[in-house]
Design a binder for this molecule. Sequence first.
Ligand SMILES: NC(=O)c1ccc[n+]([C@@H]2O[C@H](COP(=O)([O-])OP(=O)(O)OC[C@H]3O[C@@H](n4cnc5c(N)ncnc54)[C@H](O)[C@@H]3O)[C@@H](O)[C@H]2O)c1
Length: 250
Amino acid sequence: MSRNRTVLVTGASRGIGAAIAIGMAERGYDVALNDIERQKTDLEDVAAKIAATGQRAEIFYCDVSDKASIEVMAQAVLTAFDELDAVVNNAGILIAGEVDGLPEQVWDKVMDVNAKGSFMVIQAFLPAMKRRKYGRIVNIASIGGKHGAPEQAHYSASKAAVMGFSRVLAQEVGPQGITVNCICPGIILTEMGRVNLEDPEIRNAWQAKTAMARIGTPEDVVGPVAFLASDDAAFVTGQTLNVDGGIVFS
Ligand SMILES: NC(=O)c1ccc[n+]([C@@H]2O[C@H](COP(=O)([O-])OP(=O)(O)OC[C@H]3O[C@@H](n4cnc5c(N)ncnc54)[C@H](O)[C@@H]3O)[C@@H](O)[C@H]2O)c1
């Protein structure tokens, strides 16, 4: 392939998404960076870090729960990069709350970003991937979607939805050379991860539950994503890989 490989990473301004975007650039990818406009400063910082690796970084603002904005973004990405090899659906939110009393709007918001957002981003890029008969889709789910913790039922449901959706999509698009896989990060130190880690007692309990006896870093997630986006994983599809240091064993 004479051109560089290309990847879109959603929610790339910080945390796991920023690590994936920079890590993919370090592996030779040109990167389309997405986040909401409010994250402009952080996203520009990620773009600068990618430029420092010698790879190309382009910014595309859009809220992944807004279909019209996604369609505009998809057009712009395909115009800028011509071909998109991989999409990493990483954008996500966690709003804690027990089921008893959880406002319907919170359920909808979490579902709209985490589950429907991934679906709508994929839908926007599928026609181009099908035309090329090539594509790599990596969805960032969560061990929370398998296991879950109190106050995260709606988050767990949204991530379980991503896994179910991915397994079926893999069957639909396999014949067109497109793979669809999920990564389930464990407890990772990010802004979102703080919910699980702020209290030292909870942090120690998670550490004790983890085979590797430590909390994960955003960089821990990069290698597995890069593998699933690569041609080394050409015959891997519809799978879910836990990247949790050994918390969930199925
Ligand atoms: N941190 C963890 O412990 C953990 C564990 C399992 C799964 N995950 C998943 O990993 C992904 C990244 O999480 P993180 O820990 O880096 O969280 P984070 O809050 O640090 O980063 C999330 C990013 O997504 C962006 N984002 C949020 N809503 C968006 C929207 N509507 N449109 C576009 N971008 C949006 C945010 O601006 C931010 O840049 C999420 O899908 C999350 O559910 C995280």
